[in-house]
Write a protein that binds this ligand. Structure first.
Ligand SMILES: Nc1ncnc2c1ncn2[C@@H]1O[C@H](COP(=O)(O)OP(=O)(O)OP(=O)(O)O)[C@@H](O)[C@H]1O
Ligand SMILES: [Mg+2]
Length: 230
């Protein structure tokens, strides 16, 4: 009896280890975008954020991922408030621990697909994983220049580049925007597999509800609040 309750406790604490915690986040540009938002990301878990165009999803993702200091509130990572850290410490977290997949992807043009991955591999000291390239179905285009890849292949290459860093948290802004339904679901599954295998976390902004509802939690950004849908 005692033993089994200990086991339950152990499982509970392992599964619920918090990776990132946002508290009372408020932000505005010319007008208020959101107010007093809370969000917790746990190891091995995924969160989807949906909402109308212009509702502030990308802005919220920028705030969560260390790129934009909110007007109010704290983002806690490794027991420290991201925006109280010294610049070089924040930069190190952004470079090593966070994998940010932007709405518009940034690849090095004039280099081959393979060279783009080698750069990520050098920066992070991690090898390129051939299985990852196969699962994203880009292993056969690695010798081509970035300009010779289709839009969807470029998008998958930028995802491969992010995963090559072996991040603890993936922040993805519309990562399947350029992809057909089947390829989109393969890409999303690659991200899901990654977070499970690495006890990492995923925060995903998407317009596609079926993709969103495959995540553990779904929030809609509406009326300056995060409405919990799942
Ligand atoms: N740097 C900025 N300066 C001023 N206004 C901004 C800035 N970034 C975003 N905005 C404004 O904030 C609002 C929210 O933008 P955001 O990009 O977060 O929306 P979104 O929900 O991601 O939209 P979409 O679904 O179209 O990508 C928009 O009205 C946008 O014009
Ligand atoms: Mg956006």
């Amino acid at each position: 009896m005692t033993k089994s309750s200990e086991q339950v406790d152990l499982t509970h604490s392992t599964l619920n280890s918090t990776l990132l915690s946002a508290k009372n986040i408020s932000h505005n540009f010319d007008y208020p975008l959101f107010d007093n938002i809370d969000l917790d990301l746990h190891q091995g878990k995924s969160i989807a954020i949906i909402g109308m165009s212009g509702s502030g999803k990308s802005t919220l993702l920028n705030i969560l991922s260390s790129l934009l200091k909110p007007k109010n509130g704290t983002i806690t990572y490794n027991n420290e408030n991201l925006y109280s850290l010294k610049d070089n410490k924040l930069l190190k977290i952004r470079r090593k621990d966070f994998g940010i997949i932007f709405q518009a992807h940034y690849l090095f043009r004039g280099f081959s697909a393979d060279e783009n991955l080698q750069i990520a591999s050098l920066l992070s000291d991690k090898d390129v994983d051939d299985n990852l390239l196969k699962s994203l179905n880009i292993d056969h285009v690695m010798k081509q220049g970035v300009g010779e890849l289709s839009g969807g292949q470029q998008q998958r290459l930028s995802i491969a580049r992010i995963l090559t860093k072996n991040p603890k948290i993936i922040f993805a802004d519309e990562p399947t925007g350029n992809l057909d339904k089947q390829t989109a679901s393969e890409v999303i599954n690659t991200l899901f597999d990654y977070i499970k295998e690495n006890s990492a976390g995923l925060i995903l902004v998407t317009h596609e509800e079926d993709i969103a509802f495959n995540c553990d939690k779904v929030y809609k950004l509406v009326d300056q609040k995060l409405q919990e849908l799942k």
